[in-house]
Design a protein around this ligand. Structure first.
Ligand code: SER
Length: 533
């Protein structure tokens, strides 16, 4: 079996997009990580996600054949990051798409041509294994794909694998979905688990799935009711970093050229070297992965907050900051890595350079805020941990975790990780129970305060009322801030969908009430500017 040619990640991206241009595809830039008009997703997680309306036929695509390299975030496997070769929360997905144009035949032939032709990637065909959908009670096996692989591409029957819905049916949230055919690359024994029966589909890092061709022909309404789409489509996805792992014959996606350059920057700042101990490598990889995700998310307009996308971002930054601490860095440092992330990616994502100063600032502010929370909480945590250990307990109490959360603002995910790092488990159900009880208490407190139906009575009861000057003015020059709220259980309803509440002594903004639309505008203060939504 022959070794692959060593292509750089940026080179592979260009090669893929160009290949599909030669097959009449229109090259589009990556879409934003923030889904537009799609409540089923927090963040774009695949090449097809931003193009759902083209698949359903709801919207006319700019061309019926499109190719993209899409930035993606998947946080479902966040605990695996750094421990396996192939998981990252941020990755790029190469894709070629047909909206009611070509179908299985061309999609399979082109995948094979791109991967194996010496003019393109030129992988050894003897290392490649396709898989097809085996069928289940509701959907028949994909005999057509099997036939194309076997008869037209010439793959012997025993090298074509048949898998069930978990592996060979692609869907995510609601929308277009269908059976798929994957291509696995055998990276060789040295990457294998060595267990008897290790073959395509094994969980180890030997057989790496590089390509997924989805025959997108159904629409899932979000409740697993499938209807045939008007048109048959192709949605293929190939993880760019995974292809680079294969071509560069490196251990993991963290060892790929452009990603390694980011890790190198992290090692330079932290002083920890890569490849010395597993623990340090995991921390370096987590930081590298999370700073990539965070930079791209902020670039696309996500800001750290306590819910939705903002929470995903906050969690990533806080995990990365904590792994920095594990490496002995006790100051904000993540923001210093942004320049390298920009440098490695700006060829395809010029927006990173344009927004670099902003991205850096957001990360730095979040790191500084977190440092304050962490320093206070960490001491209490250590104390509580020592008490548990003294008593010989292996379970960290939910009440203590709740105390850390409630009194010291310590995020629960972090407590869970630290508890696990200490070889203990957290009593999660007791924590959830405490949380629930606190919500009930807050709700009852509100009810007891009257029938206004919102938290405003208790929230702000000590603040003088705001003078409304909007009947004859649109602006106020000299308003004073009388209160700031960033998190408040009692103001729960008011906080929905906002990052913070600013209470002024006077204001021209009319609040939403009685069906009236609220005013929008800005508050400026020194050099800072806040959007009022
Ligand atoms: N949607 C499929 C995937 O994400 C193929 O693009 O794997």
């Amino acid at each position: 079996m022959s070794q692959p040619k060593n292509y750089g990640l940026n080179e592979l991206r260009e090669m893929f997009l160009h290949f599909f241009e030669t097959k009449d595809h229109l090259r589009l830039p990556s879409f934003s990580l923030i889904p537009q008009n799609d409540a089923s997703l927090l963040l774009i997680n695949s090449g097809m996600a931003p193009m759902k309306p083209f698949f359903t036929g709801e919207q006319e695509p700019p061309r019926h054949r499109v190719t993209t390299c899409q930035k993606c975030i998947r946080t479902g496997d966040i605990e695996n990051i750094g421990h396996t070769a192939r998981h990252g929360t941020y990755f790029e997905m190469l894709g070629n798409f047909s909206f009611g144009d070509y179908f299985k035949n061309e999609a399979i032939h082109w995948a094979w041509e791109f991967l194996t032709s010496p003019e393109w990637v030129g992988l050894d065909p003897n290392r490649l294994y396709p898989s097809v959908f085996a069928g289940n009670e509701t959907t028949p096996a994909d005999d057509e794909a099997f036939r194309i692989w076997h008869e037209e591409i010439g793959i012997p029957e025993d090298r074509i694998f048949k898998f069930g819905k978990a592996d060979n049916f692609w869907e995510h949230g609601s929308g277009p979905c269908g059976p798929c055919s994957e291509i696995y690359y055998d990276r060789g024994e040295k990457y294998g688990c060595g267990k008897p029966g290790c073959t395509v589909g094994c969980d180890c890092d030997r057989y790496m799935e590089v390509w997924n061709v989805v025959f997108s022909q159904f629409d899932n309404d979000g409740h697993d009711h499938y209807t045939e789409l008007k048109q048959k489509n192709i949605d293929t996805g190939m993880g760019l970093e995974r292809l680079a792992v294969v071509c560069q014959d490196v251990d993991s996606l963290f060892d790929v050229d452009t990603v390694m350059n980011i890790t190198n920057k992290v090692t330079e700042i932290t002083g920890a070297s890569y490849g010395q101990s597993l623990e340090k490598d995991v921390s370096l990889r987590v930081i590298t992965d999370h700073i990539r995700s965070a930079s791209f998310m902020i670039c696309d307009g996500v800001l750290p907050s306590n819910e939705g996308r903002g929470y995903v971002l906050r969690r990533l930054l806080r995990r990365a900051a904590r792994h920095g601490k594990l490496l002995g860095v006790n100051r904000p440092f993540l923001y210093e890595v942004v320049d390298t992330v920009v440098h490695e990616n700006e060829g395809h994502y010029p927006e990173l350079r344009e927004r670099q100063a902003y991205i850096t600032k957001v990360i730095r502010v979040e790191e500084e805020n977190f440092a304050k929370t962490i320093d206070g909480g960490m001491k209490i945590f250590d104390q509580l941990l020592a008490e548990h250990k003294e008593k010989g307990e292996t379970t960290f109490s939910g009440a203590d975790a709740f105390k850390l959360y409630d009194t010291y603002g310590f995020p629960i995910d972090l407590t869970i990780e630290m508890v696990e790092d200490a070889g203990m488990t957290l009593d999660r159900s007791a924590f959830d129970q405490e949380m629930q009880e606190q919500k009930t208490r807050a709700r009852e407190a509100r009810k007891a305060l009257g029938d206004l139906g919102w938290a405003g009575v208790e929230f702000g009861k000590d603040i003088p009322s705001t003078e409304f000057v909007g009947y004859d003015r649109d602006t106020v020059e000299d308003a004073k801030v009388v209160a700031l709220v960033v998190e408040d259980e009692l103001a729960e309803e008011l906080m929905t969908g906002v990052d913070g509440i600013v209470v002024l002594d006077k204001t021209p903004f009319y609040a939403e009430m009685g069906g009236q639309v609220a005013d929008h505008g800005v508050i400026t203060c020194g050099g800072a500017k806040f959007e009022v939504n």
